[in-house]
Design a protein around this ligand. Structure first.
Ligand code: NAX
Length: 335
């Protein structure tokens, strides 16, 4: 069979720790398919170019069969030229004494610039996932400054939170990870996110039962479970003295693979996407929803899930945080 044409994939923050794990998966064929040749563009800031050269050397030394070309650069226009997929990982890290607001101000400016450059350089079909924090609001700004690219092509990563939630349930029930399905992350990739298992199932001895039936402890689900998932990033930092990297990279690969290849039959996944007003969430916010994705890469928000008072409160709290972030970000960007 004739070889497929290569697709062009950009990873930003390419000299950083998430990219170090992510690039391996992409180049190995674990994201876009093991028959899909890849051209990689790698963006980082000028002071990181020597480090990035080292990453390029390692990519060479991996001798990946699918990797056709690697383009390291500190120029957004080069990095985004004719790309099919963008994994926007690069962002300014939070420094000591920095408030969340300061971090947001610094990072939304990066995503304003990258949005404009994507608009000017990328294919109009490009699929963009923002990983750099504050991921939802960065994605919103990136989309705003790339008006010629459809809004549904912009997303942010909440798959890591979903993977964390699945792992907690699987561990608690004592089943394999793939036995747990349809766990949802609603809202912001922050500690206000709402990990929701009320529509999820666990396969026990071949039969799918609701998560609550398998766990048999609603108090744990409503309290400890939610808190553990919300605080997992901080717990990893405390233990590792570095933020999540391997798991964040795996989740970014999972997100893009499902977006390009589709979700498995009967399953949904969570993605931060531009709200269309579903579930009463203000249209225009980048909010994590459960979606199904077809084989052509088109996603649809899962409709008709029952939302009880407990869930409503949590879904609104995280939406309110996103509204505040949006207001601040728009102020910063109007400078
Ligand atoms: P690192 O600090 O290791 O790497 C970030 C890289 O981005 C650095 O090489 C830096 O030079 C580069 N960078 C900075 N500004 C840039 C710009 N304007 N253009 C291109 N590159 C730029 O961080 P890492 O651990 O890789 O994390 C990257 C981002 O992911 C952070 O913002 C982090 O908060 C965020 N995370 C998001 C997660 C999510 O689930 N959405 C989870 C993991 C992670 O915390």
């Amino acid at each position: 069979m004739a070889e497929k044409d290569p697709i062009k994939v950009c990873v930003t923050g390419a000299a950083g720790q998430i990219a170090y794990s992510l690039l391996y998966q992409v180049a190995k064929g674990q994201v876009f398919g093991d028959d899909q040749p890849i051209i990689l563009t790698l963006l980082d800031i000028p002071p990181m170019m020597p480090v990035l050269q080292g990453v390029v050397m390692e990519l060479d030394d991996c001798a990946f069969s699918l990797l056709r070309e690697v383009i390291p650069t500190s120029d957004e226009a080069v990095a985004f030229k004719d790309i099919d997929a963008a994994m926007l990982v690069g962002a300014m890290p939070r420094r000591e004494g920095m408030e969340r607001k300061d971090l947001l101000a610094a990072n939304v400016k990066i995503f304003k610039s990258q949005g404009k450059s994507l608009d000017a350089n990328a294919k109009k079909t490009v699929k963009v996932v923002v990983v750099g924090n504050p991921a939802n609001t960065n994605a919103l700004i990136c989309k705003k400054y790339a008006p010629s690219i459809p809004a549904e092509n912009f997303s942010c990563l909440t798959r890591l939170d979903q993977n964390r939630a699945k792992a907690q349930i699987a561990g608690r029930v004592g089943v394999t990870i793939d036995s747990v399905k349809n766990v949802i992350i609603w809202g912001n990739h922050s500690s206000t996110q709402f990990p929701d298992v009320s529509h999820g199932t666990v396969s026990v001895k071949g039969t799918a039962v609701p998560v609550s039936e398998a766990v048999k402890d609603d108090n744990w689900i409503k309290n400890e479970f939610i808190k553990t998932v919300q605080q997992r990033g901080a717990a990893v930092i405390k233990a590792r003295k570095l933020s999540s990297a391997m798991s964040a990279a795996k989740a970014t690969g999972d997100h893009m693979r499902d977006w390009f290849k589709g979700t498995p039959q009967g399953e949904y996944t969570s993605m931060g996407i531009v709200s269309d007003g579903s579930y009463g969430i203000e249209a225009g916010l980048v909010y994590s929803f459960p979606v199904t994705i077809d084989k052509s890469g088109k996603y649809t928000i899962v409709q008709g899930l029952e939302v009880d008072t407990f869930a409503r409160e949590k879904m609104d709290a995280t939406a309110n945080e996103l509204k505040q972030e949006m207001t601040t970000a728009l102020e910063v960007c109007s400078d």
